[in-house]
Design a protein around this ligand. Structure first.
Ligand code: G4P
Length: 541
């Protein structure tokens, strides 16, 4: 049975992440979303928060502040009659598997590109996860108020590097000669929007004048070479570009692209209006008992992030749940499916714009943070009684590897236990060497800082001192099909053959060349980068 309230509320939520490389303008864009949505009144509030924690991990910050600084993990704010949930994808030193997992909790993404830099490394990494999920990705080409690359060149790069079609929804009007950003042509309303410069940081939309392309007034505002250039470019787009195909958009095969400047607001309203309108509502999610639609009356959620506190005196952890269906009500009893146990959530918290507040209710698309007394693992399902489980989250390929060297051999057992638990928690991935080399532990991480975090936690929580000896591997690929002789790979100079915590065969490579040569030598093996691989974590316990 479906309740009208659940259907109505699930129909309001839009949950997304912004994927970008540091400095592309994520903080500025987030701030504009909050300003335009009316959630904050003053520009600079988000920025101030960011500056406080720049360059150090949230972890270290937590230790210092003796609290959990999670305000930026998720923001909920109203926008255009919808409730937006923006899940943060921390970069810089905070880049970790959590960043990837954040994308698993969303329904769409905004890919933010700097017009002068195009597709950068971190964007590429995060994009792979969006593509894996086949979800709608909006592209916003930012900083158009500054000199940048040719827009056609940027389209080509997105298509070639990311393997996705591009449909420019807006097109920049650049002054012929100077390249000054004068406005955008909206390809759906078929109008030119010319901007007027306003002071940086205003909450109001940039003043603009809107014209049909053949409006005689436009000829007085744009010189002939500029108009000719614009008409030529639009003709080229119509002739050579992709069409706007809803099915391709929904599967993430085509990205709608917008041009603008988050700082000066130019081109931003055109993007935001289309984005809020086109962004999908929460979709049905797959469980071992079939798909669960967001308006299903049963409450279901899964854990996608666990944040532990580094401080010895504050060993508490926060678990973040993505609500997938039904209604969460404060104080309700929930079933922890893996433990087959009834629980009540402690301090369930939601994050409204700049503040945290206790959750009164939550619907599909919402993110709830709860105190975790050590009972949650990444991927755990919570329901109001139903015995179903959401699909395990994928394993993400680590790019940094280290051998864990024990300092006190008497602590072998504690070390093993500590590493296994940290791996289950999702901080690192643990690889076991092939047979005959037992005792060696290799850990892999997505961000370099994770090794420091792990060493610190092994010491604080398991009383084990160890050294992290960095290894020169750079890629992890899981083997599907025929399994190559893992123990021999290293001597053949291909890579390091190992098994992951679930017992799946995996090879660590020093670089793309080794991967390629190995793949040629074992043509019946598929070396895959990203995937959902069983058994689930609890089976591995
Ligand atoms: P991030 O969160 O992705 O790391 O980027 P952030 O928004 O902090 O932006 C990085 C820098 O780029 C900032 O400059 C910001 O003002 C600038 N920026 C963002 N959007 C635009 C834009 O549309 N046009 C131009 N010209 N600049 C933009 P900063 O000098 O590092 O900081 P601040 O002194 O401006 O605060």
């Amino acid at each position: 049975m479906q309740s009208p309230e659940i259907r109505r509320e699930a129909g309001k939520r839009k949950t997304f992440a912004i994927i970008s490389h540091p400095d592309a303008g994520k903080t500025t864009l987030t701030e504009k979303l909050l300003l335009y949505g009316g959630a904050i009144q003053l520009a600079g509030a988000v920025k101030a928060k960011k500056d406080r924690s720049h360059a150090v991990s949230d972890w270290m910050e937590m230790e210092r502040e003796r609290g959990i600084s999670i305000v930026s993990s998720v923001l909920q704010f109203p926008y255009g009659g919808k409730l937006m949930n923006l899940v943060d994808t921390p970069g810089h030193a905070d880049f970790s598997e959590d960043t990837y997992r954040a994308i698993m909790a969303t329904d769409a993404a905004v890919m933010l590109l700097d017009c002068a830099k195009g597709v950068e490394a971190q964007t590429k990494k995060l994009f792979r996860v969006c593509k894996f999920r086949k979800m709608l990705i909006f592209t916003f080409v930012n900083k158009m108020d500054r000199p940048g690359r040719d827009p056609f060149d940027l389209i080509g790069e997105v298509e070639d590097v990311l393997g996705i079609g591009v449909y420019p929804m807006t097109w920049p009007v650049l002054e012929a000669g100077s390249g000054r950003f004068r406005g955008v042509y909206h390809r759906l309303d078929k109008r030119v929007h010319l901007f007027e410069q306003v002071a940086h940081g205003g909450a109001e939309r940039a003043p603009e004048r809107v014209f049909a392309i053949d409006d005689p007034v436009l000829t007085t505002l744009l010189d002939d070479p500029t108009r000719k250039q614009l008409l030529d470019e639009l003709e080229l787009l119509d002739a050579a570009g992709d069409s706007l195909d809803d099915a391709k958009l929904a599967k993430g095969e085509t990205t709608p692209m917008f041009f603008g400047s988050a700082l000066t607001n130019f081109g931003l309203p055109q993007f935001l209006d289309a984005f809020v309108e086109m962004m999908p509502l929460p979709a049905p999610r797959h469980t071992d008992k079939g798909d669960v639609p967001p308006d299903d009356s049963r409450f279901t959620a899964f854990v996608f992030k666990i944040q532990a506190n580094m401080d010895r005196a504050h060993r508490d952890r926060m678990a973040f749940l993505r609500v997938c269906s039904g209604k969460y009500e404060r104080g309700m009893k929930l079933r922890h499916v893996r433990l087959d146990r009834e629980i009540r959530l402690t301090n369930p918290t939601q994050f409204l714009a700049q503040e945290r507040s206790v959750v009164d209710d939550g619907f599909a698309g919402d993110i709830i943070g709860v105190f975790d007394p050590g009972i949650f693992l990444i991927g755990d399902t919570l329901t109001d009684g139903a015995m179903l489980r959401y699909d395990p989250l994928p394993q993400f390929p680590p790019e940094y590897f280290a051998r864990v060297a024990m300092i006190d051999p008497m602590k072998r057992k504690q070390l093993k236990k500590g590493l296994e638990q940290l791996a289950q928690e999702g901080s690192i991935q643990l690889f076991r060497p092939p047979e005959g080399r037992e005792g060696e532990s290799i850990v892999g991480a997505v961000g370099e800082l994770q090794f420091e975090v792990v060493r610190h936690r092994l010491q604080a929580e398991y009383n084990v001192d160890c050294r992290m000896e960095r290894l020169s591997y750079q890629l992890a690929r899981w083997c599907e099909g025929e399994i190559p002789p893992l123990a021999k790979l290293e001597s053949l100079l291909f890579g390091y053959g190992a098994t992951d915590v679930h017992g799946n065969p995996v090879v660590l490579f020093k670089g793309p060349w080794q991967l390629e040569t190995c793949a040629k030598s074992f043509p019946n093996t598929k070396f895959v980068e990203l995937g959902v691989r069983g058994p689930s974590l609890d089976d591995a316990r």
